[in-house]
Ligand binder design. Sequence first.
Ligand SMILES: O=C(O)Cc1cc(O)ccc1O
Ligand SMILES: [Fe+2]
Length: 453
Amino acid sequence: MNKHVDMTKLARATTGAGTVDGYMPGFGNDFETEALPGALPQGQNSPQKCEYGLYAEQLSGTPFTAPRGQNERTWCYRIRPSVKHVTRFSKIDVPYWKSAPHVDDAIISLGQYRWDPVPMTSERLTFVTGMRTMTTAGDVNTQVGMAAHIYLATADMEDEWFYSADSELLIVPQDGALIIETELGVMAVEPLEIAILPRGMLFAVKLAGGPARGFVCENYGAKFALPGRGPIGANCLANSRDFKTPVAAFEDRACEGRVIIKWCGQFHETPIGHSPLDVVAWHGNYAPAKYDLRAFSPVGAILFDHPDPSIFTVLTAPSGVEGTANIDFVIFPERWLPAEHTFRPPWYHKNIMSELMGNIYGVYDAKPEGFVPGGMSLHNMMLPHGPDHDAFEKASNEPMVPVKLKDTMSFMFETRFPQHLTRFAAEEAPLQDNYVDCWEGLEKKFDGTPGIK
Ligand SMILES: O=C(O)Cc1cc(O)ccc1O
Ligand SMILES: [Fe+2]
């Protein structure tokens, strides 16, 4: 079903100063890279004629006038301009990929929900046709909110490329590695790594080994950024240098292919007679990146109490209201728990933000049973949740010696907006009917008399 993907197929920039293994380090850096010598103009963006007969083209990720610190754009020097691959559109159906607003009155989103992993399939599905939306929030037309998806991919995108005009895509592989060929270069991404694909950028996803499954956060709003560290200072959490952007790679290849576009929630296709991955050189700060979640340096409570999970924010997509994210991408990695006289797992709570969680690997401390790798949970706006009965009893009685949470990696897509379940999430995905029973055993301990119970 799946063949070996030849990473050398695209002519890649040779590894040079500042690059490691075909990637350039840094989050949101102003990069420059060329796959052929002299392809990148020096000293200007728009030469009257470009080297090699290339076309110059700008891709703007922010308005032209965005403040300098937020302004993002990339200059591409390519074999053909994009107008040669995105021309006549025909509407197509990608039935399981939904966009906000997507509120089905028959479906109740108010609740605490948990799903077993969506099972792998033998059906032929690409990264695009295998996208299954679980929740949507906000509004794709006004560029606020997000969607959370599961993807199941059993086939390469062959002579087929995709871009989302609606969103930035944060890809979280859970099972199976991916080769993501983008206009700006190629990224190999495996479970415990993530990839970030900017809005408007063409790519094809190939399978590096076998079938693949993972999670996607589709960000309709402003791009993900690194959170401020406040008093933590200049280091720890996600460090900028651990984000890797690919060097330029291009192919000069005729084919009978198609480009699929997601635009305001609709899907369209357009035929193409050549590979659009034909950017020979580029420079700018609007680029794909990957990040190894194991590079995250967690900072936590080293004496007592359980801090807010915001300390584990890898990336935050701002909403315009300071401190109120459109989306926070938070992880729960391996870490030591040294806190004294403390209930160490997450506390019981209700939250104005909506918490969509996924398990990439291992056991999550608040839910030792039932929240398994590949599984998801949703604790929607202002709906109470917290440790299950067994986790509560264990954590209330465990000796207060430092312990290491090992073999664990879960994450949260947390948005300021309520998340609405799709019909797929409510009716087709393996929803656990009995999830809320996990709190059933929490009995009353209070008997009116003082003392620890
Ligand atoms: O609900 C959850 O499990 C996520 C979570 C983790 C944590 O450490 C504190 C609060 C919180 O919402
Ligand atoms: Fe929570």
